[in-house]
Design a protein around this ligand. Sequence first.
Ligand SMILES: [Zn+2]
Length: 426
Amino acid sequence: MRSTACAIAVCAALMQTQTQTPAPAAPTAPEDPIKTMVARLDLEKYKATIKGLTQFGDRRQGTARNRAALDWIEAQLKSYGCPTERLTYTYTPRVRGGRGAGTAAAGTNPPAGQRGTPPSTTAQGGRGRGGDPTAGSGGSRIRGIRRRAGVNNDPNAQPDEKLRALNSEPTPAEPGPRQNVYCTKVGTTRPDEMYIIGAHMDGIGWGEAANDDGSGTALVMELARIFSSPDIQTERSIRFALWNNEESGTEGAGAYVAQRRDLQGKEEPAGSGKYPEPKWLGMIQHDMMLFDHGMPLADGTLPKEQRPEADVNIEFARTSKFAAEAQALAWLLHAANEKYATDYPAAVGPHMTNTDSGRFQDVVAAVSLRENERGAQIGAGWDPQWHQPTDLFTTYSDKDFRLGLNAAQTTLGAVAQLTGATLIKR
Ligand SMILES: [Zn+2]
């Protein structure tokens, strides 16, 4: 019953007699601006960016295809209006067991303190910590059925001749220069503080490194695109970083920490209001975002479909110096997932390992987001494409890509809160 001013007076009188309280003004809750920002993430755009990365094959470190991918990523970031920089370092291949770079050893050897005990490669065997067959990397505990996991180094395992040719240049055996690329959104009131959002742009295995880690790289690029929109302001700064040399042992992220940790919060030049390296408030890594089909089946195969209860695994390192701060950051991301992610939930775990955020974990709160826990699940063979020729764009369904998109919604929502993001009315 809606009518004229006269009727309103009648209604008011009626209300008065019925309740003896004045009618409250209708609440007009303002639309959450972060919801608007998150809604700018788009499955097709996310997929297109992953597809763009796969044109460079497995992007193995030290090769022309790796450098071409870096150029392409930088061009995209620039086109989004996000000013880019590169960080150059020298990569020295580690030699173990007489084998140099480009071998399985170089691809899987962990740097000391960064990587845990590799899991058993059989369903029943295994010699983890202290001979414990259930011990996985990062202090995790492996349960249930596991399957063989490793790095493919056999070119002929790639049946696509064109892709095999694209991936054929080996990584050099000699030390040489390598680069990371990053771009930065500068904060308005706290340009001297920032969050670092990362993924690794290199890959291995003679496929397209679509999931590992095209999916994380595209996520970081999509966040750079959205936060660079002229109608979004943040109080604090955000750096979008694509690391190189993750697969050889997280050397790209390691070089960044080594070169830049002492520059944090320094105004340069003095009085300019410019901070080339704002103080680090947190580091959020994204590595393998698509595939959560559950535990391997008894015959060693994986279910064909994304499991409906798939989730985004947010991990911190319980043993790190900043464990308490990292855990708080993980739960903040978890809450952002509940608020902003459209399809898949998040889970928090304490065993972050084998990824670039490990290089930050004793300097600042550092977490990683993944399709599965790295130690107990990916390490036990839950992702059959991991470092394999089958890590191709065409391997994944929209249900898989959507898990990556939900991780993007999670990080975007959290970082928007953390950096005080607002929408400017234009
Ligand atoms: Zn990876």
